[in-house]
Design a protein around this ligand. Sequence first.
Ligand code: FAD
Length: 509
Amino acid sequence: MNVDFDIAVVGSGFGGSLMAMIARRLGRSVILLERGKHPRFVIGESSTPLANLLLEELARRYELPRLLPLTKWGTWQKVYPHIGCGLKRGFTFYHHQFGQPFAADPERRDQVLVAASPRDEIADTHWYRPDFDHFLVREAQSLGVEYLDQAKLGGVSIGSDSVQVEGEHEGRRFAIRSRFVVDASGPRGFLHRALRLPEASFENFPRTQALYAHFTGVKRWEDLGGVSQKRPGGEPPYPVDDAAVHHIFDGGWIWVLRFNNGVTSAGVAATEETANRLCLAEGAAAWDRVLERLPTLREQFADAKAQFSFLHTPRLSFRSGAVVGPRWALLPSAAGFVDPLLSTGFPLTLLGVGPLYANMNDFPFFAALSLLYFAAASFSEAARRLDRPDLASGFLLHDHPCFGPLLRSCCERASCARENDGLTAAVRNELIDDIFGVIEPVDVAGLSDRSRRNWYPVEARDLLNAAAKLGVRELDIKRALARGGFFPAQDFAAEGAAGASVRCCHGNE
Ligand SMILES: Cc1cc2nc3c(=O)[nH]c(=O)nc-3n(C[C@H](O)[C@H](O)[C@H](O)COP(=O)(O)OP(=O)(O)OC[C@H]3O[C@@H](n4cnc5c(N)ncnc54)[C@H](O)[C@@H]3O)c2cc1C
């Protein structure tokens, strides 16, 4: 086989398939090359409001209407019930001490719940990637993308007017010539190796490792005896399991993401020091060792079975020293990765993850730091919904003239905490106050309201109160909320949005 295309895309994760579909829509001939075979396991499952907004924008801009239902839980369930998916209403963080059951502090000092949507219908999702990626690759094929799986790629030669990728398929050699190559093969992927690109380091950032698998038989957190009896007063802003659940301990954390097909994705990420202490490289035995130290999680996973051997990633962070060149480019996940904690957004992740890992032993401090992320994410999301992307042009506000430098300064002060053997109580409290001061000018989600005691529901009123921060009128916000399906149809018809009174998500306003 010796064939010509406009574009060759390497790697058929969702990034590669989307890229291939868009290129087809722009009239290019495309080949998509995959070393494995779908359906296959891959990590990276939890979407965010911003991720779904971007997917929606791409689907509309490039006329990919079949992807639109995948941007919200409700439409996904109606249109594609056979594609595995998890309901994600928010971000749940619980703090644990090794050797002790989860305390469930009545003052909620050991938890943070940040809602991302007011109801299931328009909620975010966890993508069950074996199904999700398989669906996208078939969509790409139906748009005319040539797809070759089980392709063992060898070398690449870059000429002045074309690139040649060579490889082997079912024992036969092939060469594909294209005008451009896009690498969507993930960290330390095809072009990084084939072109021997240098690896760049991240300074002041902890080396982290991860150990993970898919499980069946994982109990719901809210059903655990020890937890349900100690529930702090009031209804949480969403069912706590229908979320990206983070269990934080000193030096690391565990994620738990539930899908609607009985499968749960779970894993542990930890600093090198903690990972080595727990011997994460040992796989299943290490997972048991972690659960042994966290009694409430041990109860949650008591009947759980891993669906396949645990996967261990000895080094999560990666950064390629070059990301584009003549006739080639790396997609973001091939260009670099920081850490799954705050996995959306490299600049903010870089700034935020170091201080977060450094302060996992001081949960109130950790909780305040995490609000920097949620403030930037919700402001950016609101700006896009209001057709004002200019307000948040840099990803997650890292280059915002006020928020950017203040964020940096807070993170630097927080990173020093551990190095200097902890902060004094006065300095720490001052820093927490400063963090609330930094987020207030960009807070459109009630995050700086400390009376909420770490539970942050999605309230229309918070966004309306932030109209001036977003440079729009309340009316614009009401219209955007109606467009985004914030209100159930029977309560709020889009046409009536201008005059209708606003109901908050719990219908009590
Ligand atoms: C532990 C962990 C947790 C994460 N959690 C989240 C999360 O909750 N939310 C989130 O948004 N992101 C998360 N991420 C990041 C997420 O995994 C990536 O952003 C996402 O998978 C990128 O998708 P992709 O399609 O670009 O690449 P991938 O999903 O990495 O797909 C790459 C594809 O390329 C193929 N390939 C690789 N090498 C070759 C080759 N030489 N030739 C041909 N094909 C090749 C692979 O088989 C694969 O199919 C997480 C990452 C990690 C490590």
